[in-house]
Design a protein around this ligand. Structure first.
Ligand code: DC
Length: 233
């Protein structure tokens, strides 16, 4: 195989809870690229909105949020405690805080706001400027990097995704019935695919990968095969 260039942009989009970040992280490690979790950025804006009491009931005070938007600094830095690059919100590592259920409940409202999206897209494009990056999300191959070198659209059946999520929650000690988990997944699919700004769509030139019956190792074998086909050998 020819050497794989060190400046590619790899976009991984797809449905929620189908293992995008695990796959994207493994690809970044394989190629020695940076991994950027774009969903974490929308979660960080949501956390900021909660911390600054911008929510009045279900909805944020939009005017106030837009005024504060330039004060939201988001970056990814090496966290020596966890030996990984992690999201930093205004100088603080917030990886744990952005996974809290309150953030998960409110993030789809925040990620629908066009001004929030354009600010995040601007940061994402800056992060990808020099390439050598794997970014996962919903609109990476369609909006953020329409010219990405490699685009993968990852999916799995809702039932399989619910099983994986159910197991994950159980391991964390969070009790939720399987049907509720499945309903949450279907609802998130609906919100992600039907919103008017940057809805979840497979880019026409993205490769579809259904990992319903694949382990992470099998996905990496698939990726190696893809590299062989693309870069010869
Ligand atoms: O992948 P995730 O569950 O961490 O994403 C959190 C939320 O952010 C989810 O509601 C979808 C949204 N999101 C988005 O709108 N665009 C992206 N590029 C990534 C995530």
């Amino acid at each position: 195989m020819q050497p794989i260039p060190d400046h590619l942009i790899i976009a991984i989009d797809g449905h929620s809870s189908c293992g995008k970040s695990t796959f994207a992280r493994a690809i970044a490690k394989r190629l020695n690229y940076r991994y950027i979790d774009s969903g974490a950025m929308y979660r960080a804006v949501t956390l900021f909105s909660i911390q600054n009491h911008l929510f009045k009931g279900e909805n944020p005070d939009r005017e106030k949020l837009l005024r504060l938007l330039p004060k939201i600094n988001i970056s990814f830095e090496y966290n020596p405690n966890r030996q990984e690059n992690e999201i930093v919100l205004n100088g603080e590592f917030v990886e744990n805080a952005i996974r809290e259920p309150e953030v998960a409940r409110k993030v789809s409202i925040i990620s629908k706001i066009p001004e929030v999206r354009s600010r995040m897209v601007e940061i994402q494009r800056n992060l990808g400027e020099k390439g050598g990056i794997v970014m996962d999300g919903r609109d990476i191959g369609t909006v953020v990097f329409p010219n990405a070198d490699i685009k993968i659209f990852l999916t799995a059946s809702p039932e399989i995704r619910a099983q994986r999520r159910f197991k994950e929650l159980k391991e964390k000690g969070i009790e939720m019935g399987f049907n509720e988990v499945l309903e949450n997944i279907l609802e998130r699919d609906r919100i992600d695919s039907t919103r008017s700004v940057s809805p979840l769509r497979k880019a026409p030139d993205a490769i579809l990968l259904d990992n319903s019956n694949m382990t992470v190792e099998q996905q990496m074998e698939w990726f190696e095969q893809f590299l062989h086909e693309r870069f010869g050998g």
